[in-house]
Design a protein around this ligand. Structure first.
Ligand SMILES: *Cc1c(COP(=O)(O)O)cnc(C)c1O
Length: 394
């Protein structure tokens, strides 16, 4: 008998479960500050990407509610048809001013921004060189582009240089476009890219740089606009991408760059052209989020997040300093990570195990993140729970 769809899928799911890779959705009943209530238990949440605590901030919720009341719940069409509302243009102007770039384009998610932009810029005659730890959306976008792919070891600029020399040597009817793709802050390791040297290197080879600032936005630099802002390199990075769903506290993604780049993407980024515009509430909340980050309250929140990150780093076994609010406790096997995560949960801490395929096999970990909403008492509670969870299983 030919197996049915469900039989085929069930067999695959059973295999995942057998290798400790079964996943489930944790249903959150309530959120307040850094606390999430699951199954009636209030847990201290150390796993959110809401680094500045803006996702539940009243100013953003009010902006979203007002936009829904004034403009409606939906955007009704893609931006190019009749969905380009004032609030989208306002958001893009706010983002461009913040990011110190001539122009910005908003997408419905960071994933969509990457998926639309990278294949618009390079094609089959071109080359993409990607950091090994790049996010799934960058890998998928690179594959979708059909450009030739080369991967360099994480943050290894020597290997990147080798790939760039290889790309320079390619014979073709036209000079191949070469796009280097990396992240400013790596989502599962919390370390940062060596941006100044990276920029020098790509300039030396006349390559373009696509920088995913998903975990840098809101946290680095005098304007808190990202790692490029921190190094004063915004104008030298060809394409910068960010999300509005993490530190900005709403949903959506954006590309920052030249007016020519943005005009080109309006024509060529398929996830922009062929997708309904972000809903007014999300755009309005993002706009309010950016304004808040740029305000004195934004500075205070960012400062709290960083001091929490340093406190967290000193509590995690084997970790020394915080390069970002993401600090992994790398354990190795899937079962070890699951076991420690369960013990933390019994101590009132929400910090899920991160497993393959989100991280490489045998690099299973608990990924901790902090936000501006964590109090010193929250961090002390985590430190005590970690001491317990660090003991070998009974
Ligand atoms: C979360 C994330 C994205 C995707 O952004 P969304 O707005 O959530 O779609 C892209 N890149 C990295 C590194 C991320 O962590």
């Amino acid at each position: 008998m030919i197996p049915s769809l469900d039989q085929v899928l069930r067999a695959e799911l059973d295999e995942l479960a057998a290798s400790g890779l079964r996943r489930e959705l944790r249903r959150i009943q309530e959120r307040a500050g850094a606390t999430a209530t699951i199954g009636g238990h209030a847990l201290l949440n150390f796993s959110s990407n809401d680094y500045l605590g803006l996702a539940t901030h009243p100013a953003l919720a009010e902006a979203a509610a007002r936009a829904a009341t004034d403009l409606g719940s939906g955007s009704a069409a893609s931006r190019l048809v009749c969905g380009s509302l004032d609030i989208h243009h306002e958001l893009e102007a706010e983002l461009a001013a913040w990011e110190g770039s001539p122009a910005c384009l908003a997408f419905s998610s960071g994933f969509a921004a990457a998926l639309g932009t990278i294949p618009a810029l390079v094609g089959p005659d071109d080359v993409i060189i990607l950091d090994k730890l790049s996010h799934a959306c960058l890998i998928d976008a690179a594959r979708l582009s059909t450009a030739r792919l080369r991967v360099f070891r994480h943050n290894d600029l020597n290997q990147l240089a080798e790939h760039l020399r290889w790309a320079d040597s390619l014979q073709a009817t036209r000079r191949p476009r070469v796009l280097v793709v990396t992240e400013s802050v790596f989502s599962m390791d919390g370390d940062t890219a060596p941006l100044p040297d990276l920029v020098k290197l790509k300039d030396h080879h006349g390559a373009w740089l696509f920088l995913d600032e998903a975990h840098g936005t809101g946290l680095f630099g005098p304007a808190r606009a990202g790692l490029a802002d921190h190094f004063g390199l915004a104008s030298r990075i060809d394409v910068r991408m960010g999300t509005l769903g993490k530190a900005v506290g709403s949903a959506g993604g954006f590309i920052a760059g030249s007016t020519t780049l943005i005009e080109f993407l309006v024509h060529r980024a398929r996830s922009f052209v062929f997708s309904t515009a972000p809903v007014p509430a999300a755009a309005a909340a993002a706009c309010a989020g950016v304004r808040l980050i740029r305000s004195p309250e934004g500075l205070q929140r960012c400062t709290r997040t960083w001091s929490n990150a340093h406190a967290l780093a000193s509590a995690i076994p084997g970790s020394t300093s915080a390069q970002s609010p993401i600090i992994p406790w790398i354990l190795g096997t899937e079962t070890d990570a699951l076991d420690r995560s369960l013990r933390l949960r019994q101590a009132g801490i929400l910090a899920p195990a991160i497993r393959y395929p989100t991280v490489p096999r045998n690099k299973a970990r608990i990924r901790f993140t902090v936000s501006a909403e964590h109090t010193p008492a929250d961090l002390a509670h985590l430190a005590a729970a970690l001491q317990d969870a660090a003991r070998p299983p009974a």
